[in-house]
Ligand binder design. Structure first.
Ligand SMILES: [Zn+2]
Length: 325
């Protein structure tokens, strides 16, 4: 007699249970799952560990570029093998473990938007947990600028502190602009600008004395230095993370989608507060990162087409640029 393993015996028993009337077990009735697997990606900067966490993605119409035709935007998207019918921005906060501290840079759109968007955005908190990171263990949250996709994740769905043990660092120039009643009074009624003023009052009003203001140009934590990159918002900052001989430039919204705005550095997205200043910042940042023998256009093409090592690395997941030394 053939010896049956325990697994074979269980399988035989299951078939016997499921097919008492001579039918084969039915397949194909499984419910649709309707969502992606948790998404995150890790890389090292010297001895630091960076975890890029997906907060989801949102699509916009082709006319979000103020000074380009929809046809030109569509062509640029197609050239990068992206959906040419719409512009899709991934939202990608990062976590940096510098050894002595666990640091979040920009906590995404938050769980309220997760519910409102049916899970399309605001995934940061759940994907953070899936990546094995406890919100309670976060020591510091650094904010780059005061747009909802960078600050709303400071709160839970019931408006409590999402990072209850963390100090929250906000750029002083950004705070000074958005907390100014005179500036707020100039925002047209019903505009996105007015919505953003109100959103910032709501979020930061809840956080109270948990906030510390910082000036651009300062080393905020060992190896994490802020850099003034105004234009997208009045007090927008980026951050350089450095450890050993490695560096990355975490540029927040200096370059929204490399396939469009690195390849076409003169294109101006409608999201920028001061388009002229944002373009200057963008040109300066990209130029600084990729100065050398390569011209800007060549660099932009290289970036958009998966950059060769000598020109640095464009990490599409984090829109983060590795600085070449
Ligand atoms: Zn922004």
């Amino acid at each position: 007699m053939t010896q049956l393993t325990r697994r074979q015996m269980l399988a035989t028993a299951a078939v016997a249970t499921l097919a008492p009337m001579g039918h084969m077990p039915a397949h194909g009735a499984a419910p649709l799952i309707g969502k992606q697997a948790p998404s995150y990606y890790r890389y090292n900067v010297g001895s630091y560990e960076v975890t890029v966490i997906s907060d989801g993605a949102r699509s916009w119409p082709l006319d979000i570029v103020r000074n380009a035709t929809k046809e030109d935007v569509s062509t640029a998207l197609a050239a990068a093998y992206l959906d040419k019918e719409k512009v899709t921005f991934p939202y990608v906060p990062i976590v940096v473990n510098i050894g002595s501290k666990l640091v979040v840079i920009d906590p995404g759109l938050g769980p309220t938007l997760y519910e409102q968007s049916k899970g399309a955005v605001g995934q940061f908190h759940t994907n953070l947990a899936a990546a094995g990171i406890d919100r309670n263990a976060v020591d510091t949250v650094i904010i780059s600028h005061f747009h909802a996709d960078h600050v709303n994740g400071l709160l839970t769905a019931d408006s409590n502190l999402a990072f209850p043990n963390a100090e929250i660092l906000v750029p002083a120039p950004e705070w000074n602009f958005w907390w100014d009643d005179g500036n707020m009074s100039k925002a047209p009624a019903g505009s996105l600008l007015e919505t953003n003023f109100k959103n910032n009052r709501r979020v930061f009003g809840t956080l109270g004395n948990r906030l510390t203001h910082y000036e651009p140009g300062k080393e905020l934590l060992p190896g994490i230095t802020s850099v003034a990159t105004p234009g997208h918002t009045p007090g927008h900052v980026s951050h350089v993370i450095a450890s050993g001989s490695d560096k990355v430039f975490v540029q927040a919204d200096v370059t929204l989608l490399p396939a469009l705005f690195v390849r076409n550095p003169g294109w101006r997205p409608m999201f920028d507060f001061d388009a002229e200043m944002a373009e200057q910042t963008h040109q300066r940042s990209v130029g600084k990162l990729y100065r050398g023998s390569r011209g800007h256009a060549e660099t932009a093409t290289a970036l958009a087409e998966s950059t060769p090592p000598e020109a640095g690395v464009c990490n599409a997941l984090s829109v983060t640029f590795h600085l070449r030394s």
